[in-house]
Ligand binder design. Structure first.
Ligand SMILES: Cc1ncc(COP(=O)(O)O)c(C=O)c1O
Length: 406
């Protein structure tokens, strides 16, 4: 289909979402005209689901998901059985794909994360978890006897990944702000200097957006003369933000990372979870196997891979540009500062890590947790000021907080 001549209503059976508007009464409407393929009961269920999801996404402020995007221009691509199976850099015999678009996305991230040109490899994943698994897989292949060090603020999925990979690991304590306790790290590495060190660095922890400092980590490894080392950066939320922060943290390839994982549905935003993993190319060579069935090397975790998410990431990057992303970072930081200040004015001891959009405060009432989907752990709740969270919305949240303080 020629996209320029595409009109959704005439040429392709793309659903117009206005059919789901909340004032539509599915039970009394002619279900057949909305969902001709569905029995009336199923059509009604779909309508109800739409209303629930619409309402809930308005109150999603405790998890780092953006929702201020419009991918409707990409709807025509949902008509094709696209699949990016195999290595994104090598053309497969499976050609209904967005592999070249995926490569552009990877090039954008490689530049953003100061990866050495032509020495980095990557792919669009199903999310941050897969990218972290990939990083640890490469590390294990490089150093099968290595010891993985991760902090107790690390995302819960990482311990599971280490278990899957059967890697030896030590948990490192954290400081109050959620950042690695470097003294504890030093003391634990000291007991294991005979083993290569695989350090899982958090570049924005889940609960407090704390960033482990790669410079400090490298200095400790130098001091203890551990030369066999691998640094992975889990930059699920912050990978896109860090290059634009007022104080750039030590977090990327130029700072010593061997691999990095970022979630695509977080700061950039997409309705389908996705992410990007980047790693030094020579490490990936170690795990590569040629598969004649797809006519391409098998270098990724999954076989079939989503071809629509690279398209969304590409569309988002193209439409925002670097400047647009930078503006969103500053807007989010500004709103987080606003939320923190307002909470303090109300007498709530809120705090944030430096240059962070996550505002942390003591655990709130269950009703507030449920209404605003405020993630809570170890007695603390948080509000994440993603770029779609406005000051008006922050005011509405705080008005609810105030009710529960009386
Ligand atoms: C620090 C951190 N790492 C990894 C993940 C997992 O990422 P995903 O949900 O994209 O798999 C998250 C998710 O919130 C996270 O906060």
């Amino acid at each position: 289909m020629d996209l320029e001549s595409y009109t959704a209503t005439e040429e392709i059976a793309v659903k117009d979402t206005t059919q789901y508007d909340s004032d539509t009464d599915a039970s009394s409407s002619d279900g057949d005209s909305f969902h001709p393929q569905l029995p009336a009961e199923a059509a009604e269920r779909l309508q109800n689901l739409y209303e629930i999801v619409s309402e809930r996404s308005e109150h999603l402020v405790g998890f780092p998901s953006c929702k201020d995007w419009d991918y409707s221009a990409l709807f025509p691509f949902l008509s094709f059985p696209m699949n990016n199976v195999g290595d994104p850099y090598i053309e497969s015999i499976s050609k209904v794909s967005t592999r070249d678009i995926e490569r552009d996305v990877l090039a954008f991230f490689a530049d953003l994360l100061r990866a050495p040109v032509d020495k980095v490899w990557g792919y669009v994943t199903n999310g941050g978890t897969e990218g972290n698994l990939y990083g640890m897989y490469l590390a294990r292949e490089l150093y099968p006897t290595g010891m993985v060090y991760y902090s107790s603020s690390t995302h819960y999925s990482v311990v599971k990944n280490l278990h899957i990979l059967r890697q030896q690991a030590c948990e490192i304590q954290v400081q109050e702000n959620g950042e690695m306790d470097y003294d504890h790290f030093r003391s634990i590495v000291m007991e294991n200097t005979d083993k290569p060190a695989i350090v899982f660095c958090n570049i924005g922890t889940t609960m407090t957006e704390a960033k482990d400092d790669m410079n400090k980590i490298k200095a400790i490894l130098d001091e203890l003369e551990v030369s066999e080392r691998y640094l992975h950066a889990d930059a699920a939320l912050c990978g896109v933000m860090c290059p634009f922060l007022p104080t750039r943290p030590a977090f990327d390839f130029a700072d010593g990372a061997n691999s990095m994982s970022i979630s695509g549905h977080k700061f950039l935003g997409s309705p389908i979870p996705c992410g990007v993993v980047l790693a030094e190319k020579d490490l990936v060579e170690k795990i590569k196997r040629d598969i004649s069935y797809i006519g391409a090397p098998d270098t990724t975790i999954t076989g079939s891979r989503n071809a629509f998410t690279p398209l969304m990431l590409w569309y988002r990057i193209q439409s925002l540009g670097r400047d647009g992303i930078e503006k969103r970072v500053h807007m989010a930081l500004d709103n987080a500062a606003y939320a923190e200040a307002k909470l303090k004015e109300m007498g709530i001891p809120a705090w944030r890590n430096r240059d962070s959009i996550t505002v942390v405060f003591p655990e709130v009432h269950m009703d507030l947790k449920i209404k605003w989907q405020l993630a809570t752990a170890k007695g603390a709740s948080h509000l994440i000021c993603m770029p779609n969270v406005t000051k008006t919305q922050i005011d509405a949240i705080l008005a609810d907080f105030a009710e529960y303080m009386n």
